[in-house]
Design a protein around this ligand. Sequence first.
Ligand code: AMP
Ligand code: MG
Length: 310
Amino acid sequence: MVSREQIAEAAALIRSGGVVAFPTETVYGLGANALDPAAVNRIYAIKERPKTSPLIVHVSSINMARDLVTNWPDSAELLANAFWPGPLTLVLPKSHKIPSELTAGLDTVGLRMPAHPVALALIEESGLPIAAPSANRFTQLSPTTAQHVADGLGQAVDMILDGGPTEVGIESTVLSLAGSQPILLRPGMVTREAIEAHLGPILLLENTGDAHASPGLHAKHYSPRTPLYLLDPDQPLPTNGAGIYLHWSSPREGAASQAMPHHPAQYAAILYDTLHQVDLVGCDWIAVEAPPAGSAWAGILDRLKRASIR
Ligand code: AMP
Ligand code: MG
């Protein structure tokens, strides 16, 4: 779907300070040269993202990651070997090469190696680490197809690489290794258990909405335009207008019901596209049955909570 010529063109754009949307296995990213403050600032401008929210840097090798931090602990080596390329972001003390524009003034940087051939080829071909948040405007739904990016950002980006729908479907797990103990900053499809199998017990950061303790983890994030209600099976559906009920166990009277997958990986893969589609249909509300508890579902539950009315 993406040709070598397109990769070469996109890499040239990245090298010259441009902004390119590209597929990763999680969601589509809005990429620019991570070492160029002006290019990084263009990402913030296009996304209308507050400068308090740091960006993730994408690398194509462990060596590239080591070069961007002042300390690469054994825990990072262990996890990178276990989960990279993959949807796990590691937060580490940043080297001087990383501009403070990228980290919202923090002395740490989030790094990951994406498991997508187009993303890896783009990083390799440009020869640069690529800063990339999700390719959507701040607080809106993350894009999982090139069409979502085009609908949301259109002419604002220099190029969109279309690698088809993304496989994982929600943003990466974010783990800080910058302090004395590992802290899970954002749950995702690399689960707490999977990390703990390598590191032993880790700490969880409850989302306080505090921009410093959990930068970028703003309470309202990842939202569809249609009001979304996250409901337990015994909670009533909204009574106004017409809505859609995304159920995990069984359908209900009073709404068009749509079954969601029982497997977390399949659920995550279609979640954002399902919400994008409900937005296009234009209902008065979306009600979503809360998925089961447990770490396999923690990333999905986290995104649904942020998307919901509270
Ligand atoms: P996004 O690129 O939209 O998936 O968001 C990336 C998220 O990673 C940010 O919103 C933060 O929550 C987290 N993050 C990135 N860099 C850091 C950092 N240096 N310290 C803590 N969290 C970070
Ligand atoms: Mg985002």
